[in-house]
Each structure stands twice: as C-alpha cells, then as structure tokens.
Design a protein around this ligand. Structure first.
Ligand code: ADP
Length: 495
C-alpha cells in the first residue's frame, strides 16, 4: 500500500510554507512524488515543465487568483485532477470551484489523515481512468490488428464471396476484401485509414454508417438496398452491424455487401407474370359479370325465381373471384414498382372523406353507422393520394364486412410526434389474439364460424401495409373478440 502511489505526482500550490512542507511530508510518506509552488504563476510554470497527475491548489494566494489558476489548469491540462484547498470562510468559493471542474476540496486547517484520504481517492480515480483508457487503446488495437498482413482472419475475409468492409469508430477503413471492391465498383484497393466520406463511391454506406454510429439508442444494425451503376447496374443489399467490445461499447462497424440483382430480376419477372395472368383473366370475367347483370335484370327474357336465385349466387361467386384478381393485380404492380405513384402535398382529411363517401352504400346496406371525427389544422403529408385512399377504403371495407348489423364504425384523424395518423375503429367481431400478427400476411384469413360467410381474399391488409411502408409510415392494430377492432395508420408529416 505504501508504495502503491509510486510515480503518481502531486503538485502543491500554496503560499503558506508550513502547508507546503506539511503536505510534502505526508504525501511523500505515502509514496507520492511531490512538487511544490508558492503561487499560481509558479504552479503553472512547474506543470509546464513536468506534468503532475494531481494538483492541490490554495484558492487564496497573493498574485494570480486561485480561481483563475483553476480556469487555466482546466483549459490547458484537463486530465489533471485539481483538489481545492480553502479556509472555512470560503466554502462557497470552493463550491464555485467545483462547478468549474475541480475534482474535490479540503478545508484548512486539515489533519494529515484527511489529506491522505482525499489525495488517495483522487489517485485511485486517476488510476481507474488510466486503466480504462489503456484497455480501450488495447481493444482498438485489436480491431486494427485485422489490417496486418499476418492476420488469419484477414485471409478468411479476403476469400469470401460477400463484400466485407470493417471500419473503426471514426469510420476509417480498416479492411475491405476484394469482393467488396468489385461489388461497389472501386477502381483500386481502399487505403487503410481512409475515412468513408473521402471516397465518392462509398457515400451511401457512409450515410448509413453515420446514422448507426450517431444513434446509440437504436438497435445496432441497418440493412438497406444500394444501387450502383458502375461497372454495371447492380443492386446490393448492404447490412451494417456494430462490432461491440466486451463492455458493449462500439469498437467499429462491419458492413456486408450482397449482390441481389439476379434475385430482384427474378422477382420482377414473377410479378410481371402474375400481373399479365391476372390482367388476362380479369377482362373475360368482367364481361361475364356484365352479362350476368343483363340476364338478371330480365333483359334477355323473364326468369323463374329458381333461375334468378341460382344466377345471383353464380354472380356473387364471380364477384369474389374478381376481387381476388384485382387484389393480386395491385400486389404484383406494387412489387414490380410500376404502381403509379405521384406523391403530392395533401391533407389527410379530404382523402378520408372521399373514401367514406365511396363506402356509403355498403355501410347503409348493412345497417351500420359511420361517424367521422376529423381533427382540424393537421399538417400536410407527402403521399400518393390514390394509394392512401385505397388504404382507407380497404380498412373501411374490412370494418363493414366484419361488423354485424347496427354496429358503429368511427374514423378519426390527428397529429402526434411528427406523424399524421388516422384510426378506423369498429364494434365488430374482433380478431383473436393468436391471429393478430398474421393478418398482414398474404392470403391469411381468420377462419371461424363468424368469418365463414364473409367473402375476402386475405390480400387487403398486405396491400395496406405495403402502401403505408412505402410512405415510411406504420400500421398498428388492436382488437378484442366480440368487442371490435381498431386499425391506426401513421404517416410522417412534412415539417
Ligand atoms: P380479407 O379480404 O380476408 O378481409 P384482409 O387482408 O383485409 O383480407 O384481412 C385479413 C383478415 O383479417 C380477414 O380475413 C379477417 O379475418 C381479419 N380482419 C381484418 N379486418 C378486420 C376487422 N375490422 N374486424 C375483424 N377482423 C378483421
């Protein structure tokens, strides 16, 4: 214990010789190396000549004011711990000094034990801090070791088919493998130590990495699609993950690049095919539907009741098929990104009113009540109005179809935390808890006695979700069987 403070240097700045000598005696016995100065100027000069870890500073000295010395110390030697020495009468000044960044204070007259305790605590604080810094440097060095020729890990990474990029906390390149250089279309190897923002081709990755390293509160990974046009048009899926140290601190980032061009092309072809087939199916079926109407209206001669009944049922089944085809067409268009999208600055309320008008007949036919509670003065949103109207219509149509007669459907709008939102709430059959997270899956329909007679395709909600996601928004649902269901859509407002 006696020599544990060996090498820790303490500078005592005090105009009273007795104090200087007393401190020196007590502290040297503890193993500290002690230097003394009789005033502020001398103290600063001593520090400049040779650094100390701890400074004991008298606040009341002739010449340079103690507070001023403290200010200069904090500015030029922020690492040094300053312990203020002060008389009883100036405790308030001591508090002021603590605000300025002094580490601790001790009041005169003090006993040797008090001094020992205070300085030993400061020394321990310094030791822990140094240890932390040393560990940190070591870990960072560990990450940098990947860059050396001999690293086995480097050999493995270099032979991977996926592009790999490793950067440190300052977003400097530590390693990028040949696949990365090829995929991102760089002319040559990236030099170790280059910051991501210094290479034009890496701009999109720099954006993502900055987002990740700035926002410590979020989950520490981002995946995005990046398009590069050189040397050929390529879609890359870039996933950036934080490399965490033992204490959970971020040491750096690892970026993985995958070429998804072929996959996207395949998906596009598939969507095109579905679009073509559904389109081809829709025209003849729509024609058949019109002919059913003609026959049912009696324009092709009188029908018996039985014939009318049978033909009505046929037409209803045909209607269900047409609905499925329409939904499929929407979905495949959306996937192929040929969905007509003209984003405009609009208010949400007119879109809701329009959708409500479109649903009026069905609401009435089923004996339901539809009420709108639209908040005035909502911020505008940048959306494709037609798509958003489709979202409202789909939600309303579900509310109508899954709510028994005499039920109530309420649509409201509002603004909260940067999002314009609207809610469609019904008093219908509700959705069982176990189905709630599946209803946004394609073709998923809740199977029960109550839904058996409702015609549907299981595509309405996936379409709603795809459109809302495309607008950078969210859909939430809450439901209780036999009580009702609430869907809320949130869309980012334009500030
Ligand atoms: P569908 O054409 O079957 O209505 P959706 O994708 O729109 O397809 O909805 C999926 C399923 O979610 C529905 O089959 C239904 O079981 C359930 N659902 C959706 N909206 C409601 C609602 N408002 N009330 C009760 N159930 C609902």
């Amino acid at each position: 214990m006696e020599d544990s403070h060996y090498l820790t240097k303490v500078l005592v700045v005090d105009d009273e010789r007795d104090i200087r000598d007393g401190c020196e005696r007590v502290l040297s016995r503890l193993g500290f190396e002690v230097d003394t100065a009789a005033n502020g100027e001398e103290g600063l000069a001593a520090l400049e000549k040779e650094p100390s870890a701890i400074v004991l500073l008298d606040l009341k000295m002739p010449g340079l004011d103690g507070m001023e010395v403290l200010r200069r110390l904090r500015e030029s030697y922020p690492e040094v711990l300053v312990i203020i020495v002060t008389g009883f009468a100036t405790v308030e000044t001591a508090i002021e000094a603590m605000k300025l960044g002094a580490y601790d204070f001790i009041t005169k007259p003090f006993k040797p034990d008090e001094l020992r305790l205070t300085v030993a605590r400061a020394a321990e604080h310094q030791r822990v801090k140094e240890e932390r810094d040393r560990l940190w440097v070591e870990r960072e060095r560990g990450l940098w070791a990947i860059t050396t020729e001999k690293s086995r890990l480097k050999t493995v990474i270099n032979s991977m088919a996926e592009g790999v990029l490793i950067t440190d906390r300052e977003l400097r390149i530590l390693l990028c493998n040949p696949a990365f250089i090829r995929l991102i279309g760089l002319a040559q190897d990236c030099a170790v130590g280059t910051c991501l923002d210094q290479v034009a081709a890496l701009t999109p990755l720099h954006e993502m990495a900055r987002q990740l390293s700035q926002d410590q509160s979020r989950p520490q990974a981002i995946t995005k699609e990046v398009f590069v046009d050189k040397p050929r048009a390529t879609y890359l899926r870039a996933s950036i993950n934080t490399i965490a140290g033992e204490g959970g601190e971020a040491l750096g980032l690892v970026t993985l690049l995958q070429d998804v061009t072929d996959m996207k092309e395949l998906e596009r072809k598939k969507s095109e095919f579905v679009a073509m087939v559904t389109h081809e199916l829709r025209a003849p079926l729509a024609a058949v539907d019109t002919q059913f109407e003609v026959v049912l209206k009696g324009l092709a001669g009188e029908l018996t009741d039985k014939q009318r009944h049978l033909l009505s049922r046929m037409r209803k089944r045909l209607g269900g098929t047409l609905e499925l085809i329409n939904d499929l067409l929407d979905l495949s268009r959306m996937e192929a990104r040929t969905f007509v999208q003209e984003k405009k600055m609009v208010g949400i309320n007119p879109i809701i009113r329009e959708a409500a008008e479109m649903m009026e007949a069905e609401v009435e036919e089923k004996g339901l009540t539809l009420a709108l509670y639209l908040a005035p003065d909502l911020p505008q949103i940048l959306v494709d109005p037609q798509s958003i109207r489709e979202v409202v219509v789909n939600l309303l149509s579900n509310a109508v179809r899954y709510t028994p007669a005499e039920g109530l459907i309420q649509v409201s709008s509002g603004f909260d935390a940067g999002y314009v939102h609207f809610t469609v709430a019904d008093t219908g059959i509700g959705i069982p808890k176990e189905d709630l997270d599946k209803i946004f899956d394609r073709f998923y329909r809740v199977k029960s006695e109550k839904t058996r007679n409702v015609i549907g395709t299981g595509l309405g909600l996936p379409i709603v979700e795809a459109i809302v996601k495309d607008h950078l928004g969210f859909v939430r649902v809450a439901s209780e069987p036999d009580k009702g269901t609430v869907f809320r859509v949130m869309l980012p407002a334009v500030s």
